[in-house]
Design a protein around this ligand. Structure first.
Ligand code: R5P
Length: 289
């Protein structure tokens, strides 16, 4: 196997290759003046298994085009098997037609990957109405989770934690992590009005006496889900609030807003940032063995 780091995958690709004792190569990617991408595989492909590592953040559409160009090229150059390792895989939240005429992006994007890959490995995909990754993809699709790493981080860094899930969808992370820690947990209710406007409510009593609050969720994008959750918890007298997520997208000024609200943010390194304190490389490597 050759592990190939794509433009948004090098922060994990190298480590994964090293842990697996496999060779590593970087995909060369540049942009023509008109915005089109040019990609080049710099390793010998014929007869090899190729694992492309790409985390789909920031320039999401370019990230998608890039790996499709790379996968198709690997096929043309005789790769035996082509797998995608996606520390963060996008478009999973649009899993139904919320408004008339809207694309159900989850399935459409998955079908693109079905065409070019033999298998996909995705870290904590946002699955809600459709719970099974293998119902979304036709090729082998494996879901990996950082829940035990998140639980381990909380155990080592936060005393007396009470785990909060900000919405019904977060139970897969919050309740599971709480279970691993033997900690109390609560799942709040969220209503989303727009990308930046959400309302979060706690409709069950919660005693925060001598407890440290840890909000656990899969994604922080605009940060508004966490900001509203913190606002609700502050009403109960919460002081220190931690938030641990898998995928720190931190769109626009999310981090500035979270910091201003006094929330201590920690994420895994599926997306690199200075808050990415939980390393998922060994977990990904072991799933590929
Ligand atoms: C959705 O249900 C996800 O689990 C996150 O709660 C959501 O994506 C966070 O988005 P934002 O940070 O923009 O509120």
């Amino acid at each position: 196997m050759i592990v190939v780091s794509c433009s948004h995958g090098a922060h994990l690709g190298r480590k994964i290759a090293k842990l697996l004792h496999k060779s590593h190569s970087s995909l060369s990617v540049d942009k023509f003046p008109d915005g089109e991408l040019r990609v080049r595989l710099d390793c010998d492909i014929e007869g090899k298994e190729i694992a492309l590592v790409q985390s789909f953040y920031k320039d999401v559409s370019d990230c998608i085009v890039e790996v499709i160009l790379a996968a198709r090229t690997a096929k043309e150059l005789g790769a035996k098997k082509i797998v995608l390792i996606a520390p963060y895989f996008p478009y999973m939240r649009q899993d139904k037609r919320f408004h008339k005429g809207e694309a159900v992006s989850q399935r459409i994007i998955a079908s693109l990957f079905d065409k070019y890959f033999d298998a996909v490995y995705i870290m904590d995909p946002h699955l809600h109405r459709e719970d099974k990754l293998w119902h979304i993809f036709r090729v082998k699709a494996e879901k990996l989770t950082a829940n035990h790493l998140i639980a381990g981080y909380i155990k080592s860094n936060v005393k007396n934690p009470v785990i909060i899930g900000p919405d019904e969808e977060s139970y897969k992370w919050a309740s599971n992590v709480a279970g691993m820690l033997g900690a109390e947990s609560r799942i709040l209710m969220k209503k989303r009005y727009s990308s930046y406007r959400v309302k979060v409510t706690l409709n069950k009593k919660l005693d925060l006496n001598r407890k440290n609050i840890v909000i656990v969720d899969d994604i922080i994008s605009t940060g508004h889900t966490i900001l509203e959750t913190a606002k609700e918890l502050r009403k109960l007298g919460a002081r220190t609030i931690y938030c641990v997520c898998v995928h720190g997208i931190f769109a626009n000024d999310a981090l500035g807003k979270l910091r201003k609200a006094g929330i201590k943010v920690i994420s895994t390194n599926t997306i690199p940032s200075k808050f990415a304190k939980i390393d998922v490389s060994a977990l990904i490597a072991s799933s590929l063995k």
